[in-house]
Design a protein around this ligand. Structure first.
Ligand SMILES: Nc1nc2c(ncn2[C@@H]2O[C@H](COP(=O)(O)OP(=O)(O)OP(=O)(O)O)[C@@H](O)[C@H]2O)c(=O)[nH]1
Ligand SMILES: [Mg+2]
Length: 377
């Protein structure tokens, strides 16, 4: 008996719907309680549009991804991109946007602070062909950030005016995380975007200088459920992004954390040296070695949990990383001493030589850490 290959029938193309017109990218971290409500609201407001929702979840411990997938199981418009071992809002938004093949892509928060009812108007502005990006703004006529606490409101306004002044952006609300853009405009600048940070709109608007931008006012609502992820770290990250933009990309946004960690390392080094000299009757070289070891541990741990938190090392990887960090650190110290000695021999201004050596050492350590320990490049 011969086995016949199962004949594949050509698929019936007649019931294929047209492609998705609008992808709504929703970054989530611990937003389980908001998922179903957001989808319900998108459905209501986008009833004449072929849309899809792409949730990008950084493995939230509250099971946000499961909540999305439970809905996605019977609603093909919904999908979940679950990222493991990584954290970061901007990176999540970029990956979600790049996974879309729709002509238009929106980004909005999951906590229902962003009023989904303005999405159709934003889409119409893009469809008119006059704009590449529509930024939803709290700070023009018709918009409001009323739900911010007094303190948060002040910080937001300060950061906004600082950004406008330093970067000269015309966006009235560069801190907004709510916008819609053409996918071809995103594709053109994708390689220049930074996955570190919280302010993806600002990054996009300044990376794509020629983008034609429109604004759409909205009233910022209070968070529906769950808690805010806004903290001091995000503030520092934002300063890093400003620095990167100011230096035209020469200084990376995450370098600001590396520099702060390094400064803390110096303080740890001196403090331990002081304690060691006072407490134990040991020789200076031994006390200094102990102090340097503590500073290396402090630098490694802080860099692992702050500077490179999106690529955090764990378990054995952490131990291996620490050994590598110390080895590169030793070469960095030699670079520092070598350059400083050479400059000192030439000019004899001790602090210029010392500073140049230290800067060189820090740059070396940063480059090696980024390339070989946490491998961001
Ligand atoms: N994937 C991912 N999403 C994140 C991360 N951090 C925050 N988010 C999401 O980004 C959106 C904005 O975060 P929020 O905590 O609401 O920040 P915010 O709106 O500035 O702060 P509040 O006004 O206090 O809510 C929310 O949908 C979060 O779930 C992250 O590290 N990864
Ligand atoms: Mg929020």
């Amino acid at each position: 008996m011969t086995l016949l290959a199962v004949e594949e029938k050509p698929e019936d193309m007649s019931d294929r719907t047209a492609g998705v017109e609008l992808s709504v990218v929703i970054p989530t971290f611990k937003e389980r309680g908001n998922v179903a409500e957001l989808i319900k609201r998108l459905e209501r407001t986008l009833n004449t549009v072929a849309w899809e929702a792409i949730f990008v979840d950084d493995n939230s411990p509250d099971g946000t991804a499961d909540a999305v997938k439970a809905i996605a199981a019977h609603d093909p418009r919904v999908r979940c991109l679950r990222r493991v071992g990584r954290r970061g809002l901007a990176g999540a938004c970029i990956e979600g946007m790049l996974s879309s093949s729709a002509p238009y892509i929106a980004v909005m928060d999951a906590d229902l602070q962003h009023d989904e009812r303005i999405l159709p108007e934003m889409l119409a502005k893009l469809q008119s062909g006059q704009f590449d990006l529509v930024a939803a703004t709290r700070y023009v006529e018709g918009g409001s950030a009323g739900s911010f606490s007094a303190g948060r409101g002040k910080i937001s306004r300060l950061a906004t005016s600082l950004t406008q002044r330093i970067l000269g952006t015309s966006l009235s609300d560069p801190m907004s995380g709510f916008f819609m853009m053409r996918r071809d405009a995103l594709d053109a600048i994708a390689a220049r975007l930074s996955p570190a940070g919280f302010k993806i709109l600002l990054d996009i608007a300044t990376a794509g200088k020629a983008l034609r931008i429109a604004e759409q006012p909205f009233v910022f609502r209070s968070r529906h459920e769950g808690e805010s992820k806004f903290n001091i770290q995000i503030g520092v990250e934002f300063l890093g992004l400003l620095l990167a933009k100011l230096t035209n990309g020469l200084v990376e946004p995450r370098f600001i954390f590396f520099a702060i960690v390094g400064a803390i390392g110096i303080a740890v080094n001196l403090a331990v040296l002081n304690i060691a000299m006072l407490v134990w009757p040991v020789s200076f070289p031994i006390a200094k070695s102990v102090a340097t070891f503590f500073a290396m541990v402090s630098n490694f741990v802080l860099n692992n949990s702050l500077t490179y938190r999106d690529r955090r090392l764990k378990g054995w990887g952490m131990l291996k990383g620490f050994v590598g960090f110390c080895l590169f650190g030793a070469v960095g110290a030699l670079t520092d001493v070598g350059l400083a000695s050479q400059l000192y021999a030439g000019h004899e201004v001790w602090w210029v030589a010392g500073l140049a050596g230290a800067v060189m050492g820090v740059l070396w350590n940063y480059a090696m850490s980024s390339m070989f320990i946490w491998r961001t490049r």
